[in-house]
Design a protein around this ligand. Structure first.
Ligand SMILES: [Zn+2]
Length: 436
């Protein structure tokens, strides 16, 4: 197991306008993140981006090169003086595994240090399997993924795991009816023990938002959200480049925004939640209730998230083809989802909303125009529009985000709720055999 220590914290020299805005847990993490975000950048560029002094940047870059995380890569175009040496991440120096635990399908990705997917496998979903059995399965399937592309397991930073339900810190809340047997299961700790790797646990929407942020899908927005449609509805928030999770990791529960005070009861205990009124299960229930449509699309009567996902995909595909009754169901759902999204945009002053997750992967092109239309009337419109887009990787977004989650957590950790005014310098433990 790798050990990334952040125990030693020396005060480094910091100057410039940006230094008091860096939220990273160490100045080295801030520099590594700045190189990641830039792609390639010179030391002078890093001074400008981070606000650190030249000696601090020189020292930190040397350490990152010694640890094999960063390499020099050619020269910038000359601006009259000496050509500047460019730096980039050494993308094959570390890898991360992202796992999206789904009841219908399990998605595994292996990403390099920059978050680029280098291997991907799908396996049958967990259905109603016992949590301990699922953990054993994941621990057995990760080596298959890693070995499929010949990556040295010693280069794994850890495992990011996303779970499609509420969390309680390192465990699973198990509040959803179909996930009740996961209640209070210490998923993070159990998988850590089974894999001997650090494990970071998060919900699907937050992971998808982080994946979108790493892939550049939010552009330069300082307040952005990923709307995630899986078996339910959720949102992940990225504010000033940082995922906002809330104290228990349950921020952005868009599915439980009330859109009808007298609406149907929701499994969360409230009434009229958008998920209960217009989420995938509600769309499927309405589709199944229309005998003609159900027959035409081959909708089932099966319960459970896997059957709902299958039938929602059938309705979404029919809506895309222009089948009027399927289109009407999706457009009705989209208006309610848009109402909840407008609430989120108003509360968080959002600039960008990206639609992602398996539900939007199949029906996103039907939802997109409705959301765009409805978000014209957001309160902040005189200051800025809200740009609504479809994710370029909606189907695998949360697994990719899970891998980004572990890279971020292990390599570029952030202070929670704290803005540092001075650099706190941490030390990485180098990998055995990495260049010194
Ligand atoms: Zn609810």
């Amino acid at each position: 197991m790798l050990c990334w220590g952040f125990g030693r914290r020396d005060r480094g020299a910091v100057s410039g306008p940006r230094a008091d805005k860096l939220p990273h847990a160490s100045s080295k993490a801030a520099v590594l993140d700045a190189i990641r975000a830039a792609g390639t950048i010179s030391r002078v560029g890093l001074i400008s981006v981070t606000g650190f002094t030249a000696p601090t940047i020189s020292n930190l870059v040397r350490k990152l090169i010694d640890e094999g995380l960063v390499v020099e890569t050619g020269h910038a175009e000359s601006t009259g003086g000496k050509r500047r040496v460019l730096l980039r991440l050494n993308h094959t120096s570390r890898y991360a595994v992202g796992v999206c635990l789904g009841q219908g399908v399990m998605t595994y990705v292996l990403t390099d240090l920059t978050g680029i997917v280098v291997a991907r496998i799908s396996r049958p979903g967990v259905g109603v399997e016992a949590p301990a059995t699922v953990v054993s399965r994941i621990a057995a399937e990760i080596p298959t993924l890693v070995d499929s592309v010949g990556v040295d397991r010693a280069r794994l930073v850890g495992v990011g795991l996303v779970f499609p339900g509420p969390l309680t810190g390192r465990g699973v809340a198990g509040l959803n009816p179909e996930l009740r047997h996961w209640r209070e299961f210490p998923l993070g700790a159990a998988l850590e023990q089974a894999t001997d790797l650090p494990v970071v646990l998060d919900n699907d929407a937050t992971a998808a938002a982080l994946g979108e942020h790493w892939a550049g899908g939010f552009g330069t927005a300082s307040a952005a959200a990923a709307l995630y449609m899986g078996s339910g509805l959720g949102a992940g928030l990225v504010i000033d480049g940082i995922t906002y999770r809330g104290p228990s990791g349950n921020a952005g529960e868009l599915g439980h925004v009330c859109v009808d005070a007298d609406g149907p009861p929701c499994w969360c205990g409230a009434r009229g939640c958008v998920e209960a009124v217009a989420g995938p299960a509600a769309v499927v229930a309405a589709g199944r209730a229309d005998a003609g449509l159900a027959r035409a699309l081959g909708l089932t009567t099966g319960a459970g998230p896997a059957a709902v996902a299958r039938d929602f995909a059938a309705i979404g595909r029919a809506a895309r083809r222009g089948e009027q009754r399927a289109l009407a169901l999706c457009e009705r759902s989209a208006r309610y989802v848009a109402a909840a999204a407008r609430t989120l945009a108003n509360v968080m002053d959002l600039e960008v909303i990206v639609l992602t997750g398996p539900g939007f992967a199949v029906a996103g092109s039907v939802y997109l125009p409705v959301l765009r239309q409805e978000l014209h009337t957001v309160f902040s419109r005189s200051a800025h529009p809200v740009d609504v887009r479809l994710s370029r990787s909606a189907a695998t977004a949360s697994a990719v985000g899970a891998a980004a989650l572990v890279l971020e957590s292990e390599l570029v950790p952030f202070h929670r709720g704290l803005r540092v005014s001075e650099s706190l310098d941490g030390e990485f433990a180098p990998l055995p055999g990495s260049a010194r």
